[in-house]
Write a new protein. Structure first.
Length: 417
């Protein structure tokens, strides 16, 4: 009996300390094309500065002809995206919540929707602490009815982050993997006191979260830190991103096999995917997994771009040891049922159907083995050390006396072969 009660207590303690990790996620099936962009650069990560006004731009669609009211709030997180110990009054100056104020109905589209936009922060709220943040959007007056969450970063720059990408120094990985070396310089008098316990540095390849990792310090030079030649900073090279373009619903692009209008819906069927795993590397410019919303009819892309069911076809042999996923900004870099291929025995192919807004899209097809959280390029895309990946580097610092992570440095670099 004593063992039983001890087990109950142990489980209760584990539940208390197993913190929730916040991610980009859409909870409502009516919400589509959620974007949170930096005003400084559309194709880069949503990064703003402490106390900055209107540093980000939010946009999303609701598949409805009726307008609804949505509220939003901000959640401060640690470097691992668990919620920090700060109260909202510690990091928000102004109101804790505010309304999404700008919205309009689509026009000249088959699929009717309401488009919402909001500049963040604004005169109602200001973020006073650096760190990782979650934007939480929910129905007005119903904070438990969350429709989506979106990650972003608030920077208080106190260090320069310099990163370089080279072929892996490991001879066996030289042709397939890349290595990211990082130097950090203090620019604000920060001494990097006890850096091994107070400093955290994370490296992210393109927008992927599954292979993002924290890298240990190799050398401490006081106001300069080196992070290099460790297993943690070696990444699969992958391949260039795949592309499809359905800015037009009347003319097929090179990557579209057929366009139909069936049962009141637009249907776009892509050409059968190429298996690149054993093909030579071919360089081409891409958007590193991003997308543009565009249409050929009207320059008001937000309101006049239509939606379509887009079909992907993958001629891979049936594999019961894992699943294939379309990954990129169009899927929030997640691995879910909404972006997983399903094997169709009648076609002897994997098929995926996604409801997407007209535009120009980049994506990759990754294989996720059963029981794993990190996906692989090897099976479909192949690995090449020449691939022009973009690497984002995040520097966090836990100041003495604080129990949360400040975001004090950021760097971004691309491998140039």
């Amino acid at each position: 009996m004593k063992k039983f009660f001890f087990l109950i207590i142990l489980l209760s303690v584990n539940l208390v300390y197993a913190q929730f990790v916040w991610t980009d996620r859409v909870y409502s099936p009516l919400i589509k094309t959620v974007g949170l962009y930096s005003n400084h650069e559309h194709l880069y990560l949503p990064i703003m500065y402490v106390n900055e006004s209107e540093g980000l731009w939010l946009s999303f669609d609701e598949m409805s002809e009726e307008t609804h009211r949505f509220e939003y709030t901000f959640i401060h997180c640690n470097s691992d995206w668990t919620e920090s110990s700060l109260e909202y009054t510690d990091y928000i100056e102004g109101f804790e919540t505010a309304l999404v104020e700008n919205f309009a109905n689509s026009f000249n589209t088959i699929q009717r929707y309401v488009h919402y936009e909001q500049s963040l922060p604004n005169e109602t709220t200001r973020l006073t602490k650096s760190g990782n943040y979650i934007l939480k959007v929910y129905k007005e007056g119903e904070p438990d009815q969350v429709v989506f969450t979106k990650r972003f970063y608030c920077l208080d720059k106190k260090a320069d982050v310099s990163a370089s990408v080279i072929q892996s120094r490991e001879p066996s990985l030289r042709n397939t993997h890349q290595e990211v070396d990082v130097k950090v310089y203090s620019t604000s008098g920060l001494s990097f006191d006890s850096p091994s316990s107070r400093i955290k540095l994370a490296i992210q390849q393109n927008g992927r979260e599954d292979n993002k990792r924290f890298v240990p310090i190799k050398e401490d030079r006081g106001v300069e830190l080196l992070f290099s030649f460790k297993n943690e900073n070696i990444f699969e090279g992958g391949n260039v991103f795949r592309v499809f373009d359905f800015t037009s619903l009347r003319q097929r692009s090179n990557f579209v096999s057929n366009i139909d209008y069936i049962g009141g819906e637009n249907i776009v069927r892509l050409r059968e995917e190429e298996l690149k795993g054993r093909s030579p590397f071919v360089s081409q410019t891409d958007l590193k997994g991003a997308y543009y919303i565009r249409n050929e009819v009207d320059e008001n892309y937000a309101l006049c771009s239509d939606y379509a069911w887009v079909y992907f076809y993958l001629p891979a042999p049936l594999n019961l040891e894992g699943n294939y996923y379309v990954v990129g900004d169009l899927t929030d870099w997640r691995f879910s049922e909404q972006n997983k291929f399903v094997f169709d025995a009648s076609l002897n192919q994997y098929v995926l159907r996604m409801f997407l807004k007209q535009g120009y899209y980049n994506y990759q097809i990754l294989f996720l083995p059963n029981g794993y959280t990190k996906a692989s390029y090897r099976e479909i895309e192949g690995n090449h050390s020449e691939t022009q990946n973009r690497y984002n580097v995040f520097l966090y610092y836990r100041e003495p006396g604080n129990d949360y992570d400040s975001f004090i440095g950021y760097g971004s670099t691309e491998y140039m072969y």
